[in-house]
Write a protein that binds this ligand. Structure first.
Ligand code: ARG
Length: 460
């Protein structure tokens, strides 16, 4: 008989068992479920709600079950629906009547909310740890490349020269925000809901704070209806995961471009690239493409859960069981993506000579040429027009600005002088962008140092 079978006269249709059971996926919550039950039983014993000896038997029984699941000795039953009832059923089979007292003052509704909160706490910590590893890789590449000049782009058109270090540190900023977001996810999940019961609390004198303390939660939930119906913390995780995937995806897009024969800014390691079954010459950036592709799944997980929740009346509804597959899928995708991306990035070879050539070839010093004239007294708008004409001339002649002689330059403005060649060199263009947050090597070194400090101090 089902644990809830008392008021039923018929067996559940097999179709229903198959349709509504969640054990096939929520079995991954067994650590959380057992830890939650151990804390609940301990508190019930301490409060005298159940006999102390029964509480002890429950705790010992649950520990043994956990070991057996760890060892792969437990066969879960579809008929027992979910992880909560599978564990409870096993406990009752093993220790008898004492096991029947475990669910006193508790509902699966607050139990599943607890398990999910514990899972999200672990998952947010895990994600921020992997993001930190990626940030270390970025710092390593940045440190070695504060003088590696490359073109910076807008509209995917060469715009102004920057350095590879500056580019990497932009991603450092993005992933450090993702870490911060995961820290906030942790804080939102860190609220203990047991005691909410099915929806309206319980008549037993539970010590909710004690359960929170035993499980390492920093607060208890403040409303029993909200305690069982809140899945904001899952959405928070899914959003934080989505933001990180979006960042990874943008980075992948750049690496895919940089890895093309047309750019040749980067060479992916053979161990992180794949071949073609027909074209012998191919070395494809499949890993980067797949991360870019998988980003869609994680966005889908977020959109799916928000849509599931939007029409739900208070309090618990079975629809909410749909939170778990989205959460697990997003967690698995994010973790795998972060790990493989870090492996790919840390083994990339950057082709600094091609980057430098790219920076020199695309009129990336045109703004600096205009600024040169401004410093000699010309209003910026006039300087912009002069350099515009100059660039047009160079395009027709197939030349760079600094390929022209001083005499040729003077035909565009009398203000040009011998010092223009130094002032508009790639080196000067980068070094003179000496504002906080700018690409000048000393500023990027400051950013690297600040990033290292921030990373060392970060903790959840
Ligand atoms: N498997 C269920 C879920 O994941 C557990 C809660 C079931 N509660 C209920 N009243 N049927 O949401």
């Amino acid at each position: 008989m089902k644990l809830w079978g008392g008021r039923f006269e018929k067996k559940t249709d097999g179709l229903v068992d198959d349709f509504h059971s969640s054990i096939t996926f929520d079995k991954r919550l067994y650590h959380q479920d057992i830890a939650g039950s151990i804390a609940h039983a301990t508190m019930l014993g301490e409060q005298g709600i159940i006999p102390k000896a029964d509480a002890d038997a429950i705790v010992a029984g649950l520990r043994a079950i956990e070991q057996d699941i760890d060892a792969g000795h437990v066969q879960f039953e579809l008929d027992a629906e979910d992880i909560h009832m599978n564990v409870e059923k096993l406990l009752i089979e093993r220790i008898g009547d004492a096991g029947k007292r475990l669910h006193t003052g508790r509902s699966r509704n607050d139990q599943v909310a607890l398990d999910c909160r514990m899972y999200v706490k672990d998952a947010s910590k895990e994600a921020s740890g992997l993001m930190a590893e990626l940030c270390h890789t970025l710092l390593t590449i940045a440190k070695a490349n504060t003088a590696t000049i490359m073109p910076g782009y807008t509209h995917l058109q060469r715009a102004q020269p920057i350095t590879l270090a500056h580019h990497m540190m932009a991603y450092f900023q993005m992933f450090s925000r993702d870490m911060q977001r995961m820290k906030e996810v942790y804080a939102h999940a860190d609220v203990m809901p047991l005691g909410s019961g099915a929806l309206a609390g319980t008549t037993y004198p539970l010590n909710r704070e004690r359960v929170a303390e035993l499980l390492g939660f920093s607060a208890i939930s403040m409303n029993s209806l909200d305690g069982v119906s809140d899945r904001d913390f899952v959405c928070d995780y899914l959003y934080a995961a989505s933001a990180c995937m979006m960042h990874l995806s943008r980075f992948c897009e750049e690496l895919i471009l940089w890895n093309t024969h047309e750019f040749r800014f980067v060479e992916m390691d053979d161990a992180f690239a794949t071949g073609s079954s027909i074209m012998p010459q191919k070395k494809n950036p499949d890993v980067a493409e797949l991360i870019r592709g998988k980003t869609g799944r994680v966005f889908g997980d977020l959109t799916g859960l928000l849509t599931t929740l939007k029409g739900l009346p208070l309090a618990y509804n079975k629809d909410m069981q749909e939170d778990k597959e989205a959460l697990f899928d997003a967690r698995d995708t994010l973790v795998k993506s972060l790990v493989v991306f870090n492996g790919m990035l840390s083994t990339c070879t950057f082709r600094s000579e091609n980057m430098a050539r790219g920076a020199e070839g695309g009129f990336t010093n045109a703004t600096d040429a205009a600024d040169y004239l401004v410093k000699k007294g010309m209003p910026f708008r006039d300087a912009h027009a002069v350099i515009g004409h100059l660039v047009l001339h160079c395009i027709k002649e197939n030349k760079a600005i600094l390929d022209l002689s001083l005499d040729e330059l003077k035909t565009f403005s009398e203000l040009f002088d011998e010092d223009v060649f130094e002032a508009c060199s790639m080196h000067a263009c980068v070094t003179l962008r000496d504002v906080p947050g700018g690409p000048a090597p000393n500023r990027v070194k400051d950013a690297i140092e600040a990033g290292e400090k921030w990373l060392d101090a970060f903790s959840i």
